[in-house]
Design a protein around this ligand. Structure first.
Ligand code: SAM
Length: 196
């Protein structure tokens, strides 16, 4: 059993968090949930579960927050609901509760590339969207919603040799790339290669 496992048996994710160093929240924003087919919703759930697994490798998993987590998501999600934060409301509300006023939104449509300078934020937001290919411009909508609610949003993209083409766009892979860069200090290109 690792340290986190031992603590987990007696503490809730929130209690566990309060005892450990301040790690950022990794938020998967499900506001576009209803735009998905049932099959796609299943894929979103799977990718959320895989994201939890990844976070557990580095932190505790309790840093994972899923916002707009409605009843259907909670029913369809086969992962440990009690080990993540499933927040049935807007991302901005969750952030306000945590007194977080600025986030990094991972957005393939952003102008700026994610860098070390962004690693000090208290929350990263990834779109809970499943659609292969970069043709539909969906993530910026999440940014707009957050800005309208008064949150400062740094939109940042992940690129491979300067281009978003070739970057895997699965939610869990995007999270994995950030963790490799942030925790292991790997250059972006190398982190992307490892998740291809
Ligand atoms: N067509 C969708 C769009 O317009 O955003 C693609 C969504 S992608 C399948 C799911 C999420 O992964 C996005 O919302 C974003 O947070 C993240 N993502 C995917 N590729 C990315 C990239 N190259 N840079 C930053 N974030 C990315």
């Amino acid at each position: 059993l690792c340290m986190a496992d031992k603590f987990e048996m007696i503490l809730s994710p929130e209690e566990l968090r309060s005892k450990l160093p301040e790690w950022p929240y990794f938020i998967i924003d499900l506001q576009l949930w209803d735009k998905h087919t049932q099959k796609e919703k299943g894929k979103v759930c799977l990718q959320v579960n895989q994201s939890y697994g990844l976070l557990r490798d580095y932190f505790t998993g309790g840093e994972l927050a899923v916002t707009w987590a409605n009843e259907e998501f909670q029913e369809m999600f086969h992962g440990p609901l009690d080990r993540i934060i499933a927040y049935d409301g807007p991302t901005a509300e969750f952030l306000k509760e945590k007194e977080i006023s600025e986030v990094v939104l991972l957005d393939p449509w952003a102008d700026e590339v994610l860098s070390e300078k962004d690693f000090g934020v208290k929350a990263f937001v990834i779109g809970g969207i499943v659609d292969t290919g970069h043709d539909k411009k969906l993530t910026p909508k999440i940014g707009e919603e957050l800005k309208n609610a008064g949150i400062r949003v740094r939109r940042r993209k992940i690129v491979l040799r300067g281009d978003v083409t070739g970057v895997p766009d699965r939610i869990n892979r995007i999270l994995g790339i950030i963790l490799k860069m942030m925790v292991e200090g790997k250059p972006m290109d190398e982190a992307v290669y490892e998740f291809q």
